[in-house]
Design a protein around this ligand. Structure first.
Ligand code: SF4
Length: 216
């Protein structure tokens, strides 16, 4: 009896099952397993990490789940294809800690500042009351590879496309001022990133370029 009580108390503190069930009900059925597994996986890591905001292993867990999905889905994404990196990145504040650490430890500050200044003069697209850049992410190198790849935010890790040319077309349409331009829907693993963020209870969102401007 005592053991059962202890076990259920532990289960309750890991995550709120009612919240998870109501959240799953808002998602299309095809996304539910991806969301559930990532949410529970992230909550377990968070529970083990005491006070850490972003527990070690969170990004590895997200990568592992995206990798499992990719094995079956075979997305078109490959190194050097960076059409989806031509926009700003929305993320939880805790995600920027790793980005900043990666920039500092690789001595990339000056280069990123130069890239940021160049991207500020590029074209923008008006989305949700805000002018968003349609230009290379300041963290891309000359070969269109992410300079902080292992520390990239959740939105970047979970962005997959089945046809690279659709991403290219979307970028070119946005750059040319087509008001209807929009990137193809991020692949199914986008819900893995959303689940991980919600498991961290990170409701506030910030833009990557704003964070770079404020902290570099
Ligand atoms: S952080 Fe890296 S992966 Fe994400 S948009 Fe920038 S260059 Fe691309």
């Amino acid at each position: 009896m005592t053991r059962t009580r202890k076990k259920s108390a532990k289960k309750r503190t890991l995550y709120d099952a009612r919240y998870l069930e109501s959240r799953l009900a808002q998602l299309p059925p095809a996304f539910r397993d991806l969301f559930r597994d990532a949410y529970i996986g992230a909550r377990k890591l968070r529970a083990r990490a005491d006070d850490a905001v972003a527990p070690p292993g969170l990004m590895d867990m997200v990568d592992r789940r995206c990798g499992e999905w990719s094995l079956h889905a075979r997305p078109a994404c490959s190194e050097g294809c960076a059409w989806c990196c031509m926009q700003d990145v929305l993320m939880a504040p805790f995600e920027f800690d790793a980005v900043r650490e990666a920039i500092d430890s690789a001595g990339l500050g000056d280069r990123v500042r130069r890239n940021l200044a160049a991207s500020d003069t590029g074209p923008t697209i008006h989305v949700d009351g805000r002018d968003l850049p349609v230009s290379p992410c300041p963290l891309l190198d000359d070969e269109h590879r992410c300079m902080i790849y292992t520390a990239r935010p959740l939105a970047c890790r979970t962005q997959f496309a089945m046809h690279a040319e659709k991403c290219q077309n979307a970028f070119e349409a946005a750059r040319d001022g087509n008001a209807d331009a929009s990137y193809p829907r991020a692949g199914d693993p986008a819900v893995i990133g959303i689940a991980a963020r919600e498991a961290m209870q990170a409701n506030r969102r910030v833009f990557l370029r704003d964070q770079l401007r404020a902290h570099l």
